[in-house]
Design a binder for this molecule. Structure first.
Ligand SMILES: *Cc1c(COP(=O)(O)O)cnc(C)c1O
Length: 376
């Protein structure tokens, strides 16, 4: 069996172990310490938009805290992009709220501003204004944040921006994660940089970030004993994980360039092939190209995305259909959905290809060999 080619595997830069060793040498083996503070500062510097960052145990924890901090209560409605990873939507259930799913649009594959506004109007007409809007930047491609934030502001609804896949992406130079009232990032093992597992909450509002740190460390009031007046969580990032994150931040810009290079190779080799389509950046949009994705039109190509996926799998090459929309997931069966079929179409015809910054030329050649054989 040939060696496995993964879609997106961890890629260390080299200095991570030194930061982790420092944590051991100084005995900061805890969910606080110099690496946690340093990693937060590195992220604030990178995002560079007068924002504050709280390092957390996961992106999911960030979304959960985000909903709590935006005051979402049981029975409230939360608008959520339907096409996404389940981790975007699950926290809505954690707080007992009701997800209202909204379809994608074709330019970015993310939340459609038109359908967002339709959903807001209809929910208000039915007697309940949504409490929060959650757009997502899938595969690193920024959602239409200027339009989404304008609509959100018009109806006075806060935005919780799921930038888990989009660290390093931007619109007109403004970084993803900094558009919403609260943004979240993920450093899971498969993301563009990793802390093995981890996440962060981002906001321009320093008191929101202070509250996130407070809630993420069990909501301890100021007192010599353990005193609590709110429900807390154990969501802070470990100082060990943060050490890995500090090392990864040193190579983030390079990782973005490498992922974009992988995308560029697919584009130049395949964009002329019959029935294969790429998602290109709208004017001013910059994608970190976390994952390279294609759409296959089976009538034009003569094969469908499942034929290609299985051909790659036979060569021990990992690929995966695009995210299955939440409104057609069994766990969210019967949920309210506003859409026109775009995300179902994308799921039907889209495939994520190996995209890691650590792919070698030999790996790429093995992948293109599969394309060559299926295209002929
Ligand atoms: C990875 C991911 C998350 C969750 O992040 P974790 O750190 O794994 O909890 C949330 N939303 C999206 C879109 C993701 O891809």
């Amino acid at each position: 069996m040939k060696a496995k080619i993964w879609m997106s595997s961890p890629h260390m830069g080299g200095t991570e172990q030194q930061y982790v060793k420092d944590a051991f040498d100084t005995n900061w083996i805890a969910p606080l310490g110099p690496n946690v503070n340093g990693f937060e500062q590195d992220l604030e510097l990178f995002l560079n938009d007068d924002c504050y960052v709280a390092a957390l145990s996961s992106g999911t924890a960030g979304l959960h805290l985000g909903l709590v901090l935006l005051g979402v209560k049981p029975g409230d409605e939360v608008i959520c992009q339907s096409m996404t990873f389940s981790a975007t939507a699950n926290p809505i259930a954690y707080v007992g709220a009701i997800p209202i799913f909204v379809d994608s649009e074709v330019d970015t594959w993310n939340m459609s501003p038109e359908m967002l506004e339709e959903a807001i109007k209809d929910r208000i007409a039915k007697g309940k204004k949504p409490k929060v809007i959650i757009p997502v930047h899938l595969y690193g491609m920024p959602a239409k944040m200027p339009e989404i934030c304008e609509i959100a502001a018009r109806y006075d609804i806060p935005v919780l921006e799921d930038a888990a896949e989009a660290l390093g992406s931007s619109i007109d130079g403004r970084k993803c994660g900094t558009f919403g009232d609260i943004g979240i990032l993920s450093f899971n093992g498969n993301k563009i940089i990793t802390t093995s597992g981890g996440g962060a909450l981002v906001s321009h509002n320093s008191s929101i970030v202070k509250d996130a740190r407070f809630l993420s460390t069990q909501a301890r009031d100021e007192a010599p004993h353990y005193q609590h007046s709110q429900i807390g969580y154990n969501y802070r990032m470990s100082n060990i994980c943060a050490g890995i994150g500090r090392g990864q931040m040193e190579v983030l810009a390079h990782r973005v360039a490498q992922r974009r290079n992988v995308y560029g190779q697919y584009f130049s080799r395949l964009s002329d092939a019959n029935g294969i389509y790429f998602l290109q950046e709208p004017q001013g949009y910059f994608s970190n190209r976390w994952l390279s994705t294609i759409l296959i039109n089976p009538a034009e190509a003569g094969f469908n995305r499942e034929d290609l996926r299985l051909a790659l799998e036979k060569e021990n090459i990992e690929s995966r259909p695009l995210w299955k929309p939440m409104h057609i997931q069994p766990v969210f069966e019967g949920s309210i959905f506003y859409g026109n079929g775009t995300s179902e179409q994308l799921f039907e015809n889209g495939l994520c290809l190996p995209s890691g910054s650590n792919l070698t030329d030999t790996d790429m050649q093995r992948i293109f060999d599969v394309f060559d054989s299926i295209l002929n």
